[in-house]
Design a protein around this ligand. Structure first.
Ligand code: ZN
Length: 271
């Protein structure tokens, strides 16, 4: 599933191709995404010039003078830039044709992605208005995590993956951030200390930033959006390393199931 770093990598990949370009045509081959694509999409963007390409949580926001496209990659979605003479493949559900001769093309075999057009403030759209702070923003800091976790009995790993507290901390990044902060994923959220909250916020920010940095350096015309990319996997300390030696203490990495997700950790390094 595309996580926040993959979405940010996608944003950085497509933004230079989209900005200041006019949409000369729109093609929708299949409207059946997570929600059916409204014809407002074509009416809204045709003939319009792209003014901004932003991200909020895992949504990409493509801004025009008259409104904003809000798109989500879902479980298996990806965007790529192609030349207009490249024929569409299976599962490529819509295209934005630009005056540059390039086409932004959306591919999504499982069709959990989504596409909405809004002509009012996108931050007030029902999908976005209740979202928690961005993990890489100044609003997410140790004191915030410490405060919101008081009295909470839920395990800290599930807690940081709860999108009503902070957005975009998926399973891979939660496991890795807890390792970096040396905190057991089983510890009750309400029992982390102020220093641990600060260390965990640092861990989340650094693991996400590194993933974005690495994603950005390999990006060309194809914008991939598939789990933890191979080049980032080599840098992981615990995720999908069950039975392998901890890179710090050499003890075997352990795995268990927590909230229906696999959790990986080192029981020697993390307390
Ligand atoms: Zn270890």
């Amino acid at each position: 599933m595309p996580e926040l770093p993959e979405v940010e990598t996608t944003r950085r990949g497509i933004a230079p191709c989209l900005l200041t370009r006019r949409v000369i045509d729109v093609i929708v081959r299949d409207r059946r995404l997570r929600w059916p694509i409204s014809t407002q999409f074509e009416r809204g963007v045709r003939g319009q010039t792209v003014r901004s390409v932003e991200r909020r949580a895992k949504y990409l926001l493509v801004g025009f003078d008259t409104g904003t496209l809000i798109l989500h990659l879902g479980m298996s979605g990806s965007l790529r830039m192609v030349q207009s003479n490249v024929p569409p493949k299976l599962h490529e559900h819509w295209d934005l044709w630009l005056d540059s001769g390039q086409v932004l093309r959306f591919h999504d075999p499982r069709r959990f992605g989504s596409l909405h057009w809004t002509d009012s403030d996108p931050q007030l759209h029902p999908l976005l208005k209740a979202l928690a702070p961005e993990p890489l923003s100044d609003l997410f800091h140790g004191e915030y995590l410490y405060r919101v976790s008081r009295g909470r009995k839920v395990a800290i790993k599930s807690f940081i993956m709860n999108s009503s507290l902070v957005v975009g901390v998926g399973n891979i990044y939660a496991s890795e951030a807890l390792f970096r902060a040396r905190i057991s994923p089983r510890r009750a959220a309400g029992r982390i200390t102020r220093a641990q909250a600060a260390a965990l916020v640092d861990g989340i920010k650094s693991v996400l930033s590194e993933a974005i940095k690495i994603g950005g350096t390999t990006l060309r015309d194809y914008v991939n959006a598939d789990g933890a990319p191979g080049y980032f996997r080599q840098k992981l300390f615990v995720y999908e390393r069950a039975g392998e030696a901890c890179r710090v203490c050499r003890a075997p990495i352990k795995k268990f199931t927590q909230g229906q997700r696999s959790t990986y950790w080192c029981s020697t390094c993390q307390r």
